[in-house]
Design a binder for this molecule. Structure first.
Ligand code: C2E
Ligand code: CA
Ligand code: CA
Length: 356
């Protein structure tokens, strides 16, 4: 219809402006056409690739008053379509507007909090195989929001990710951990190894090892006091960068664990070629031990795989005596879960494990 407009506005995001149409049904037709064209599979070197699109629709001037709002509204509706499973279209409405507003607000609050290093870190103990001695602890990010209280990572990691803040968030977590380490050392209660989660975004930055050394160095902390956890999915990116980054972290003295094992896309060849020393079995497999035969079989084979590759194994999400004794009997090396403790604020963690 005259001056319609198609533009690429981001990695895999496109905007289509349809200016003049008289029949509402015209819009439906266009959208149907977009979906059907995109769904046609594409053949690339003997493989059929199937893609789908999530479409967000926003009306001007019905839903918004200016071009920026129009784009933001369409984007919010598109994210809604994505969250509904993708491959569909969603019309912007007041509910989506509310969600978008609060996401936008959360994003700017998070930016501000990161600027002042305002995030916090809780610690969850990782116990020896009998569940009696503290072996190490996992640092888990928390955000004490002025109005909403303590927020857990599921409530803000998505926002951080879509706002491109994961690298800064990771740096902030590390600064907290190093400051705690220093404080504990100064009080003569040295901490055990602390395990820190690294995001996919962080390990794609070649300067990450330098940043880690710098932050540790600023508190007189050796990098060997740390262990890093990366998920299976996060090592699927550009191997030439990820491989080098992880090698350098290990070279600097840190240990490397593969997190949530069994839930992602696993390439055993990558697992073998990266310097991992530890596997963490995802808690979804531990949950139904020892009653669920499939979960028993999976857990056993992960323990076997770890043995074969010379890696140690941690079970996550250990909640009951039954979990603990089954895992002990099967030779799992370390245990983590609510059976021992929830993640604790630093002062409580110290009080619980380091006062006489
Ligand atoms: P994760 O790395 O798998 O961390 C373990 C999560 O399981 C934690 O949730 C912990 O509180 C929870 N958990 C531990 N034991 C049990 C149990 O016995 N039962 C149950 N039901 N849950 C248990 P949390 O702290 O909410 O963290 C969620 C996820 O957020 C983490 O999963 C990790 O993927 C991510 N995350 C947390 N902190 C950071 C961080 O500093 N950086 C990055 N990149 N990601 C982080
Ligand atoms: Ca983890
Ligand atoms: Ca995990």
């Amino acid at each position: 219809a005259g001056k319609d407009f198609l533009a690429r506005i981001g990695g895999d995001e496109f905007a289509l402006v349809i200016r003049n149409y008289t029949q509402p049904s015209f819009l439906d037709e266009v959208i149907r056409e977009i979906h059907s064209r995109i769904r046609q599979s594409i053949r690339v070197s003997d493989q059929d690739l199937n893609v789908s699109a999530s479409v967000g629709i926003c009306h001007f001037p019905g839903d918004c008053h200016e071009s920026e709002e129009l784009l933001r509204g369409a984007e919010a509706a598109m994210y809604h379509a994505k969250r509904q499973g993708g491959d569909r279209s969603t019309l912007f409405d007041s509910e989506i507007q509310m969600t978008a507003r609060s996401r936008f607000a959360l994003e700017s609050e998070l930016r501000e909090t990161l600027r002042t290093n305002g995030l916090d870190v809780f610690y969850q103990p990782i116990m020896d195989r009998a569940g009696t001695q503290l072996e190490s602890a996992e640092a888990l990010v928390r955000w004490q929001h002025p109005q909403r209280g303590w927020l857990s990572p599921i409530e803000f990691l998505d926002v951080a990710r879509s706002a491109g803040l994961m690298y800064e968030l990771g740096a902030c977590v590390l600064k907290n951990v190093c400051a705690h380490w220093r404080e504990a050392r100064d009080r003569n209660t040295p901490l055990p190894t602390i395990s820190v989660n690294l995001s996919a975004e962080q390990i794609l930055v070649p300067e990450l090892p330098e940043l880690v050394k710098e932050i540790c160095g600023s508190q007189g902390m050796p990098v060997s006091a740390l262990q890093f956890e990366v998920t299976e999915d996060s090592i699927q990116g550009d191997f030439s960068v990820i491989g080098r980054v992880l090698e350098q972290l290990v070279h600097a003295g840190a240990e490397l664990a593969i997190d949530d094992f069994g839930t992602g896309y696993s390439s055993l060849s990558r697992l073998k070629s990266l310097p991992f020393s530890r596997i963490k079995i995802d808690r979804s497999f531990i949950n139904n031990l020892p009653d669920d035969e499939n979960d028993c079989a999976i857990t056993l084979s992960i323990i076997g795989l770890a043995r074969g590759l010379g890696l140690s194994v941690v079970a996550e999400g250990v909640e009951s005596e039954a979990h603990e004794s089954w895992l002990f009997e099967k030779g799992c090396d370390y245990l983590q879960g609510y059976r021992y403790s929830k993640p604790l604020p630093y002062p409580e963690f110290i009080k619980r494990y380091f006062s006489e």
